[in-house]
Design a protein around this ligand. Structure first.
Ligand SMILES: [Zn+2]
Length: 244
């Protein structure tokens, strides 16, 4: 028990009682944590007005008994106001926040994941409209691909994950750990070379270059690769993504 200060980004805010909200936070110091914001649902609340999803703030959290801390104070560092002036930005940010919520474990700080989230929201707050729906926004897919790397879940993409053979690699098996050759591909998902190239581009390039890494026709294939890996290794499904 104690009190700590940390930079935090609000991932989600859910109603807890008439007046209070429970926030899921990505924090620099403690990783993902949940904390109660007392009175945040009152219209007069200064805390509630500040702590909307996507906002980066310096927060003071008091650790009580159990898992749920209490937010004592919050000072906004970056409201990412640009997210709220364009619907596509807010939707893309929602996909990013959901991914961090589901992929990053509770209570395990990761400087890489923190920096990625900060960079993503900064880029999204001034992003032009993506060529397709928010879930296929190259910035969203870029965050997802890079979070797989941070989480140690990057699949093999250039050889058969079962026998080591080189291309052609017409299928993907998250259970096997990546692409598979035709001989090993029974039961695996077909995968387009363009999706593999786009995925590799997202992993290898800075997030800001994600739009150049993903030609629009390859975006759905990248989304599917991410979804297959998350289902196989973390047992999670992104609500914002298309069904597998
Ligand atoms: Zn093989």
């Amino acid at each position: 028990m104690g009190t700590y200060d940390t930079e935090a980004i609000v991932l989600r805010s859910i109603r807890y009682s008439e007046a209070d909200a429970v926030l899921a936070l990505s924090t620099r110091a403690r990783g993902r944590v949940s904390a109660i914001a007392k009175g945040a649902r009152r219209t007069s609340s200064r805390l509630g007005g500040r702590l909307q999803p996507g906002v980066r703030a310096l927060v003071t959290v008091h650790e009580g008994r159990g898992d749920l801390g209490t937010i004592r104070s919050a000072a906004v560092l970056d409201a990412h106001a640009g997210l709220w002036v364009a619907g596509h930005r807010l939707q893309s940010a929602g996909c990013v926040l959901e991914t961090v919520m589901k992929v990053m474990p509770e209570g395990e700080p990761s400087e890489e994941a923190w920096n990625l989230l900060v960079r993503a929201l900064g880029l999204l707050a001034r992003a032009p409209a993506p060529p397709g729906p928010a879930r296929l926004d190259p910035l969203v897919l870029g965050v997802q691909a890079k979070l797989l790397v941070v989480s140690g879940l990057l699949p093999v993409l250039t050889a058969c994950a079962r026998c080591g053979a080189g291309p052609p690699l017409p299928a993907f098996s998250a259970a096997a750990g990546g692409t598979v050759c035709a001989a090993c591909g029974a039961g695996a998902d077909p995968v387009e070379p363009a999706a593999l190239a786009a995925f590799a581009g997202l992993v290898g390039r800075p997030l800001a270059e994600a739009p150049e890494a993903v030609p629009p026709p390859a975006a759905a294939g990248v989304e599917r690769l991410v979804g297959l890996v998350l289902r196989e290794h973390l047992g999670v499904r992104l609500r914002s993504a298309a069904p597998l």
